[in-house]
Design a protein around this ligand. Sequence first.
Ligand code: FMN
Length: 422
Amino acid sequence: METVLTTHFANEQYRHADTYLQFGGYEALRKALAGPRERIVDEVKKANLRGRGGAGFPAGVKWGFLPKDLSRPRVLVINADEGEPGTFKDRQIMGKAPHLLLEGIAIASYAMSIHLSYIYIRGEFIREARIVEEAVAEAYARGFFGKNILGSGFDLEVSVHRGAGAYICGEETSLINSLEGKRGWPRIKPPFPASVGAFGLPTIVNNVETIADVPWIVTHGGEKFAALGVEKNGGTRLIGVSGPVNRPGVYELPAGVLLREIIYTHAGGLKDGRQLKAVIPGGSSTPVLRPDEIDVTYDIESMAKIGTMAGSGGVIVIPEGTCMVRALHVLMNFYAHESCGQCTPCREGTGWLSKIVGRIENGQGREGDLELVLDVCDNMMGRTICPLADAAVMPAQSFLWKFRDEFEYHIKVQKCPFGNKF
Ligand SMILES: Cc1cc2nc3c(=O)[nH]c(=O)nc-3n(C[C@H](O)[C@H](O)[C@H](O)COP(=O)(O)O)c2cc1C
């Protein structure tokens, strides 16, 4: 199977520039710098490269939103915050192949006439931040960053900025505020970052994996990348599988792989012959699926058709015997804790969801609580500055729609059918 990102992951030395260079590293940058900027943007468009941070926005289209006027400097910000529960793939890229990301940054910056780039990295990623910082220093020392890169006349400064581990700071406008030293609160859009972003400058925010795909696209061409995936969703994806499976981990697979195959073939199925009860397919905020819904290809469009998302590529496997009320309570606690508090529907709504689901779980659920949960959800969805509220609502609604009997049992019998003690 063709791989774009993980080809040399097993080689411990690959994170160092010398080894990366031995395997053809930075040749794509050389090739890119020798040609016109527009050609790179065209190839990225042809590649059908969709953002890997969650929303799946086409990267080439986003790059095209930058103003034509070059008089104001523009900024490329790499979103390395990776806060979505169940997602752990950007961390692998940064820890095992940081130069793929750095080469992608140099190429993308050249394509967009950008001379300043930040890598905003999650506070907890101490090891990865160190590796990326070392790789940035190597890239400067070898002339891939800095002034007059490879004699092309193109200049680029790259800086690593460490966050403090707040989920909200993965949202692009919040990330920009945090980068500016302000409170990590999302901004109202418009203006979109492409016109007014970091430090008031036109800014493109892209996920680590999105940008790490760029060198391969330049080397092999956009069409070849597109052909690895399905229509409208090119390339491979790094998919993290967690839960009680035989081989949890990150797998690089074509975008058109079946969700069933991800779980049963690549991750080796559930441990000890356990049965599958549910799957959260694309990170904790994506609507849950039942076992009869996993014969779906893992591309953005197919997942949307069945009412869920491939999101940030985090497949969370839930085995038979799990109390879905408790599982939802854990998720709701997370969102209540991570809401930044700026918008009332999210600040209050996530708190209420965690409280109501919590009391149902603890055998103190009241008649009407399920309607109340759904009503709270309706008053949150689409009513806030950023989609963190939606991210809490999607699991809440889908858990209730698909596993309602378990919630009703908790309320009526005041007991957990799976023997969890209150
Ligand atoms: C609450 C919240 C958290 C997010 N966290 C991340 C994150 O950790 N990493 C990421 O790449 N995108 C995250 N996003 C999506 C970003 O806002 C943005 O869409 C993404 O970085 C764009 O990059 P892409 O187009 O390459 O996917 C988050 C969005 C929301 C609403």
